[in-house]
Design a protein around this ligand. Sequence first.
Ligand code: COA
Length: 325
Amino acid sequence: MKKVGVIGVGEYFPKKVLTNFDLSKMVDTSDEWITTRTGIKERRIVAKNEATSDLAIKAAKEALADAGLKAEAIDLIIVASITPDTQFPSVSCLVQKAIGAHKAACFDIEAACAGFVYGIVVAQQFIAAGTYKNVLVVGAEVLSSITDWEDRNTCVLFGDGAGACVLSAVKAGGIISTYLGSDGTYSDLLMLPAGGSRMPATCDTVNKHLHYIKMRGNELFKLAVNIMSAAANHVVEKAKIKTEEIDLFVPHQANVRIIQAVAKKLKISENKVYINIDKYGNTSSASTATALCQAVKTGRLRRGDLVLLDAFGSGLVWGACLIRW
Ligand code: COA
């Protein structure tokens, strides 16, 4: 089996910053509540004419440049998103058109906040099997488009952004172990009720705010801590290493308290945890993707380091991935 690694990373965040103070003028909340309960200080929000593919394309171009590859060299594009520009065509096809990756096959995956980790694992299979050489994986979201800006329980949590990476066969390092899991029995804890075939859009669904994220945060919190810890332990045991050997932990950024609780359970010290939720909030599939990219750009993640990706989301779905960088 070929060793598969990440050979380039990219990210893009829209320019507009929405602070906790701004939110306190929109709903009954405060900077103090949001900061202490979530760790979030601000998030990015798209401009009126910006959609998910616009963010994805910018992140993808940066990842290609970082990998030193031309778009024609990409054989497969996978975009993970729960907020595609349209129900169809896929965001991956829109990315293909914009970057000129005319040889690539394209599809989107929907694995909510774990989508980027799912994308990496899918890409790894294709490359290891010899089907494709270079795969572009993007996590991109415009969560502001499905956020109820009148619901203080959810609107303080989410933001927009995109992260990308290019995977290819590598001689040294690469993906060591992976793990994906799901549990559909919790499917009603985090969902968007209307707009699909179960409840097609009507004036009534719009008036009832059913095209926005509905979440039972408290129940999710405990599940997230336990499931993310278990997923991480799974890949660590599979790789026959100890969590103390991990150089950088890049978790899904849903709540800083979830991240801290998981790190504590895993015995990973605080200085080895990459956190950017304070600046961007929860950006779902873009979260681990942008965190990984920033960790590389800022020198927190260096060649030879052992990095652990760990994500969890609506479904429920989760995934972890251990990579020798
Ligand atoms: N500002 C002020 N008060 C708020 C608020 C806000 N933005 N949002 C909720 N509250 C209030 C609630 O109404 C509640 O008031 P009450 O006690 O009078 O009923 C109180 O704060 C406590 O709410 P609770 O939901 O118990 O808070 P919490 O400590 O669990 O924090 C979350 C809420 C959502 C931040 C937290 O549960 C969480 O992060 N859960 C996980 C969510 C998640 O990970 N989702 C994505 C998965 S990928």
